[in-house]
Design a protein around this ligand. Sequence first.
Ligand code: ZN
Length: 130
Amino acid sequence: MHEFSIATGIVDVVREEATDHGADRVESITVAVGEASHVNPEQLETCLTVATEDTIAADATLDIETVEPYGSCSCGWAGRPETSDRALAYAPDLRCPECEARIDLEEGDGCRVMELAVPSEDADETETTP
Ligand SMILES: [Zn+2]
């Protein structure tokens, strides 16, 4: 399951970050899920609940936010790609509206840990790419 491997990757990052801060538990985790990442946020949340079991993040509050895709093209265009058929599971049109070349997604194509709250420290930021 795609979401589960992402969830375990997130838990790995969370553990590392928490260890770096000397924390023995995690209060909350905020994860950004790109709409173009083909990750179902609800499934990811379910997987994260399972993946954090018996870890320092077992009692953490999970907060999953979706991020709209943002891309740019070599012709100079940049912006949000059109979503041609949203009903068909987050499928942004990755063609440049100016020149129809394939655009590069800068945001919204992956999942990352946005914020991690541990008791001894304020929120921290880190990044992960599945
Ligand atoms: Zn272009």
